[in-house]
Design a protein around this ligand. Structure first.
Ligand code: GSH
Length: 200
């Protein structure tokens, strides 16, 4: 039996149903008992976020006395706790590519929501658009070369990125359509349907 159940304590994951960084941890925790605390971080849940994480970002994992910020750190913690395979350096690089695209896309979305025209010819937005496409092209070539076939943490993170970019309509996938095929091929994986941000 899971040690949390024996201790009468359960891990808490603080996040939102629309965040791709939170979804990856929900998918990693699919077989584990945990409580999901769904916050509207830009609305009524902001005070709870302020009390929880000074970086004002989600996800946050609370396991007993241990608080963890950042999906990458949370995944490492869960990997040790659950005895999952350690990521290889190549897999770490895959995560860096995925996070590079994801962080820039979050910046674009927040800018658009702030009324900024992100298609303008301005250095900051040119850099974000360039990074999103260079990372996606590299990830698409990796998929075409047969990587990400196994449903492991890097594949989960790629799935969450691609599905979120599609959900938010943030990129033109015509140049990187292998990523859409990858996403479509993994729709039936455990927990994917239940964590669909469109159902939020
Ligand atoms: N590096 C962080 C990124 C997390 C992140 O950016 N989360 C977004 C939600 S998708 C967030 O909390 N954004 C709040 C903000 O940027 O103010 C991680 O991997 O957990």
């Amino acid at each position: 039996m899971n040690e949390n159940l024996i201790m009468g304590e359960i891990m808490k994951l603080i996040g939102s149903t629309t965040s791709p960084y939170v979804r990856r941890i929900r998918l990693l925790l699919n077989d584990e008992p945990y409580e999901f605390i769904n916050l509207d971080i830009y609305g009524e849940g902001r005070d709870e976020l302020r009390r929880t994480n000074p970086t004002l970002k989600i996800p946050v994992l609370i396991d007993g006395d241990q608080e963890l910020y950042d999906s990458r750190v949370i995944a490492r913690y869960l990997g040790q706790k659950l005895g999952l395979e350690t990521l290889t350096w190549d897999q770490e690089n895959q995560l860096t590519l995925i996070d590079g695209a994801n962080d820039s896309a979050v910046t674009m979305l927040l800018s658009e929501r702030s009324g900024i025209d992100t298609s303008q010819d301005a250095m900051f937005y040119n850099l974000q658009r360039e990074r999103i496409m260079t990372t996606l092209r590299t990830l698409s070539a990796m998929v075409e070369a047969g990587q990400f076939k196994q449903w492991n943490y890097p594949a989960i993170c790629l799935y969450c990125l691609v599905d979120w970019l599609d959900f938010r309509d943030l990129v033109d996938f015509s140049e990187v359509d292998s990523l859409v095929a990858f996403r479509d091929g993994h729709r039936g994986q455990p927990g994917v349907g239940e964590t669909d941000p469109r159902a939020a």
